[in-house]
Design a protein around this ligand. Structure first.
Ligand SMILES: Nc1ncnc2c1ncn2[C@@H]1O[C@H](COP(=O)(O)OP(=O)(O)OP(=O)(O)O)[C@@H](O)[C@H]1O
Length: 308
């Protein structure tokens, strides 16, 4: 449904995106993950036909991004990272404005607006002025306007940024709902955990390079040889840390106030041996937890050493 081949973008001498190949199938929710300045918005703005590529090409719903921008615009609902709402307009008028822009007839518009307001839980705000809405509601309204022409593809640039935890959860629930409706969704974020449970596939971008992409399970599997052991020390923490540091399988060690996370390229035998050694040398632990990698771990593992 969305594809990029060799897409790259330069701003003057600065190469913001190198050369990206990407394939997103129909019905996927694709998480586009990367730190600030990685090139997410640049790629997204290209797909939304707002930016010309310096090299390569893209396709959305069978339309060439540069050759048929009108076809692409009809197929996508786009939510930019810095969205704006027009003050002095009521909620329904804001949606009506976009519906008119998509040439939806007067008779259909009212029903469509009612439907999207209900989906986004904004029906009770129908006649309110948009500038009086909370940030979370404005964000939902902006998401609502991406849906008025019922596009098969949604391209959402950091739709949950700046929201409180409750509003983030609501956005995630909504994404799941939209996936059930059959939408293909590309959603970007620099907050990894935000996307962990609502994406079917992910791509990790850093400094304009797509380091890894694919179904979420296969990305996890690719790095599964690395194990993440989370330890909470009770006593003799220093001795514990020195044992971990001297472990030849150690790949990284993250220290937090209440726990440490050791990344080890190790099998069950090594993990069991490590646990024995810690206990034998008098290190007291409240917990020793060998957990599956989180999206955060995937990101740290993938980006480490590949891009310098
Ligand atoms: N119009 C522009 N002119 C010059 N440089 C730009 C322009 N737009 C973006 N850049 C640079 O290109 C790089 C990629 O920016 P981009 O906005 O695509 O990143 P991003 O991953 O979306 O980051 P963020 O999460 O901060 O939005 C950054 O170094 C940015 O400073």
């Amino acid at each position: 449904m969305i594809s990029l081949s060799g897409f790259g973008k330069d701003y003057g001498d600065f190469m913001a995106v190198d050369s990206i190949d990407l394939q997103i199938d129909a019905g996927e929710t694709f998480g586009f993950i990367g730190p600030n300045g990685a090139g997410k918005s640049t790629t997204i703005r290209f797909l939304a036909t707002l930016l010309r590529a310096s090299r390569g090409r893209g396709e959305v719903a069978g339309c060439d991004v540069m050759g048929d921008p009108v076809g692409v615009r009809q197929a996508i609902g786009y939510m930019p990272d810095n969205f704006g709402v027009y003050d002095g307009m009521r909620v329904w008028e804001f949606l009506d404005f976009f519906a008119v822009a998509y040439r939806i007839g007067r008779t259909d518009r009212k029903q469509i607006i009612d439907n999207v307001l209900e989906l986004l839980d904004l029906s009770h705000k129908r006649d309110d002025f948009v500038n009086g809405l909370s940030r979370g509601m404005k964000q939902r309204l902006c998401l609502a306007k991406t849906l008025v022409h019922d596009p098969p593809v949604l391209i959402l640039d950091e739709p949950a940024s700046g929201l409180d935890p409750r509003a983030r959860i609501e956005v995630k629930a909504l994404l799941k709902e939209l996936r059930k409706m059959g939408k293909t969704i590309l959603i970007s974020s620099h907050i990894l955990t935000e996307l962990a449970d609502c994406c079917t596939s992910i791509g990790i971008i850093e400094r304009g390079q797509l380091l890894m992409s694919g179904p979420i399970g296969s990305v996890y599997r690719q790095i599964r040889r690395n194990r993440f052991v989370e330890i909470q020390f009770l006593a003799n923490e220093e001795a514990g840390l020195s044992i971990l540091r001297s472990c030849p399988e150690l790949r990284s060690l993250e220290q937090e106030p209440s726990r440490v996370v050791a990344e080890l390229e190790a099998d069950d035998e090594v993990i069991a041996g490590l646990m024995e050694q810690l206990i034998r040398e008098g290190v007291r632990m409240r917990s020793f937890n060998d957990r599956d990698p989180t999206l955060e771990d995937v990101f740290m593992t993938v980006t480490k050493g590949l891009v310098t």
